[in-house]
Design a protein around this ligand. Structure first.
Ligand code: ZN
Length: 114
């Protein structure tokens, strides 16, 4: 049953890696280990800071920079876009520049005008 041993070994290595990552990236306020994987993303476009927000205790940590259009670059190199109020985040994927984003908002208003 060597395969079983090997797969158990790889599983535990994988778990250890995830655990280590979770541990090193845990919430600095409440110690939430799921913080790295499950956090809210918020931004303040006025001062140009993007945050990870702990879902358990609400602690904010600056994790990236955002420009006035909502374009964010995280400290780990990922990119994304925030809505104008910094509440809604959408991840931006590399290598697909120019491909129309589905449902790009901002259509011209003017329903039932003058
Ligand atoms: Zn927390």
């Amino acid at each position: 049953m060597e395969e079983l041993v090997v797969s158990i070994f790889f599983c535990s290595v994988l778990m250890a890696c995830i655990g280590l990552l979770a541990y090193s990236e845990r919430c600095s306020s409440c110690g939430n280990m799921l913080y790295h994987f499950f956090n809210n993303k918020k931004a303040n476009l006025v001062i140009g800071e993007a945050y990870h927000v702990c879902k358990r205790c609400g602690a904010k940590e600056v994790k990236g920079t955002v420009d006035c259009s909502g374009y964010v670059v995280w400290s780990n190199g990922n990119e994304g876009d925030f809505s104008e109020d910094g509440e809604h985040y959408r991840k931006r994927y590399h290598g697909r520049d120019g491909v129309g984003s589905a449902g790009d908002g901002g259509g011209s208003g003017g329903d039932g005008g003058f």
